[in-house]
Write a protein that binds this ligand. Structure first.
Ligand code: C5P
Length: 240
């Protein structure tokens, strides 16, 4: 995969104009555009078609989590949008993930399109080990052990990969093997501000640890020159 194709640009904006302006400007410099709940819920499914019309690939970051039948039905209709990838919460459980994966495959078969890459969100990086114990009553496993178990459950359920923090790339890669896709946010080149991200890693470190895709927002979007920022990241990924 080319370095550019590993970069997933987070379209964390409210309006279609802002989002499509970014797609237009950066389409030759990043591989995928992430449409999250802010943009999708504000604009609706049409935003996916409009990014496609400009030639962009889409990661639909809607983090589905409900009973298996409901998530499978949503997965079926989302597959019709032809996103390159979308995601569900591993916390929804094995049956929910299996039914969602199955719904994607059946719908894609019917349409004659490639099935989207279905990813599981493991433990949100905003949840600390302490919260896991004190508020969620998950004891006996630390965050990393839980994340690896959930990544394996996602793989056994027929999903193609996970979204995880940079800290967990290496243990997931070793547990789930080379073909399981790993997508990671919390990426900061050394020359950019950390913003509110805490446990960060550089694009190059994420790649070296085994990440396939890196979700990057503000270091590119808020740079004085977003194209130059994306190019600097590509050069860092390509360096020997
Ligand atoms: O601007 P920044 O590079 O921090 O954007 C990262 C993107 O990845 C945002 O869309 C954010 O919601 C998302 N994300 C994250 N941490 C997670 C999951 C998603 O930063 N654990």
């Amino acid at each position: 995969m080319e370095a550019k194709d590993r970069i997933v640009l987070a379209l964390d904006v409210d309006t279609a104009e802002e989002a499509l302006g970014l797609v237009d400007k950066l389409n030759q410099h990043v591989g995928v555009f992430k449409i999250g709940m802010q943009l999708y819920n504000g604009i609706g499914p049409d935003i996916v078609h409009r990014v496609h019309d400009l030639g962009g690939k889409v990661f639909l970051d809607l983090k589905l989590h409900d009973i298996p039948n409901t998530v499978a039905s949503a997965a079926r209709v989302l597959t019709r949008l032809n996103a390159f990838m979308f995601n569900v919460h591993a916390a929804g459980g094995r049956e929910m993930m299996s039914q969602a994966a199955q719904a994607c495959r059946v719908q894609a078969d019917r349409l004659g399109t490639p099935a989207p890459l279905l990813l599981a969100v493991t433990v949100l990086t905003s949840i600390s080990g302490q919260e896991l114990k004190d508020d969620m009553y998950i004891t006996g496993l630390n965050v990393e052990e839980l994340v690896v178990k959930w990544a394996l459950m996602a793989q056994e359920s027929g999903l193609g990969g996970v979204v995880c923090s940079p800290q967990e790339i290496a243990p997931i890669r070793s547990a789930c093997g080379p073909d399981f896709k790993i997508v990671t946010p919390g990426i900061r080149p050394l020359w950019s501000a950390a913003n509110d991200q805490k446990r960060i890693t550089t694009p190059r470190q994420a790649l070296d640890q085994g990440a396939d895709y890196m979700v990057i927002g503000r270091p590119i979007v808020q740079a004085d020159d977003p194209v130059t920022a994306a190019q600097r990241i590509i050069e860092e990924l390509e360096a020997e």
